[in-house]
Design a protein around this ligand. Structure first.
Ligand SMILES: Cc1cc2nc3c(=O)[nH]c(=O)nc-3n(C[C@H](O)[C@H](O)[C@H](O)COP(=O)(O)OP(=O)(O)OC[C@H]3O[C@@H](n4cnc5c(N)ncnc54)[C@H](O)[C@@H]3O)c2cc1C
Length: 289
């Protein structure tokens, strides 16, 4: 593996100055579970890694007075999964964190690294999209917030500009009675990168209806939202409506063939995962009537 310098910046401004000083040769570093593997594989050749984990707030999770969950970018998957307010109000996010790799890896892998790596298969992304999360970014021009849905611009690409880095994720208060389900398919039952994943999230609306969000992973250049499927379910959750929504979710996918699966298989599995997720939510909602 090639050598590199390891730098611990003293504050946000110093980190930003360091990161702005190069075009890809200086990289943010958190858990290293993506980055070190890419360096070892010879895919990236940074001369310097800037460790952001120790910056103030990067490892904190807190609930604000107005009910938002703020998750520091360097919080690990296990940290989120063990956090009582996250477990109580953002179970969909917790399910996604718990689906990543193994327990040991989740002690190291951070949510910020998962998002900034911008793999189309990043497992926390579909859940964060359904939950309406916002990315808080620090950079040469100060702070800015971007909806997580707009954060990804292509495989491995994000809206982050030179000198910018993710500092936290902000999740709005969960609507009363909201449930979510994250279903993922890998080559093995646990511990593998997704071949396809579907997050489904829903909460009660007027007239005994429910409002729906559906987002997909590993079946497009970025995580995707299945807007047409959501619209179908907002109007009709009969068995026919569920079938139609599952089909529409599959049609929203833009999969490719790769070493993990064919595009055709992925598209078929998206319909299955979507239908299961919708049915799981409807069954749970029925139990609450
Ligand atoms: C065996 C194995 C299994 C895995 N299984 C899964 C899986 O099931 N699901 C899944 O989604 N992922 C999986 N992964 C991928 C990986 O573990 C996750 O993406 C992890 O969350 C990355 O976090 P990290 O802190 O290790 O990121 P790092 O490796 O430190 O960084 C990842 C990328 O993000 C950039 N970055 C890091 N922090 C910031 C920041 N604050 N601001 C801007 N850029 C930043 C880095 O420069 C780098 O490009 C697996 C990896 C391994 C090795």
């Amino acid at each position: 593996m090639q050598g590199f310098d390891y730098v611990v910046p003293r504050d946000h401004a110093a980190a930003s100055v360091l990161l702005a000083a190069s075009d890809g040769g200086i990289r943010p570093y958190q858990g290293g579970t993506d980055l070190l593997i890419r360096i070892r594989g010879g895919f990236v050749h940074p001369e310097k890694l800037v460790d952001l984990k120790g910056l103030p707030g990067m490892r904190e999770i807190r609930l604000t007075d107005d009910g938002w969950l703020v998750v520091g970018a360097a919080c690990t998957m296990n940290q989120v999964a063990a956090h009582p307010p996250a477990r109580e109000h953002y179970d969909l996010f917790v399910q996604a964190c718990n689906s990543v790799a193994s327990y040991q890896l989740r002690n190291r892998a951070t949510v910020g690294g998962n998002i900034c790596n911008a793999s189309p298969a990043a497992d926390t992304a579909p859940a964060l999209i359904c939950l309406g999360a916002q990315a808080e970014i620090y950079g040469p021009d100060g702070l800015r917030r971007v909806p997580i849905e707009a954060f990804f611009t292509g495989p491995g690409k994000t809206v982050l500009r030179s000198g910018e880095f993710l500092i936290s994720l902000h999740l709005p208060p969960s609507p009363l009675g909201a449930f979510g389900v994250f279903n993922k398919l890998g080559r093995t039952k646990i511990g593998d990168i997704s071949i396809a994943s579907v997050a489904v999230y829903s909460w009660p609306a007027e007239d005994r209806r429910r409002e729906w969000r559906i987002a997909l992973g590993a079946v497009g250049p970025t995580p995707l939202r299945a807007l047409q499927a959501e619209a179908i379910l907002n109007a009709d959750t009969s068995p026919a409506g569920v079938q139609a929504a599952a089909r529409a979710t599959s049609e929203a996918a833009r999969p490719i063939d790769d070493i993990r699966a064919s595009a055709r298989y992925r598209r078929a599995m998206v319909a299955v995962l979507a239908r299961r997720g919708i049915e799981q939510i409807l069954a749970r909602a029925e139990g609450f009537r």
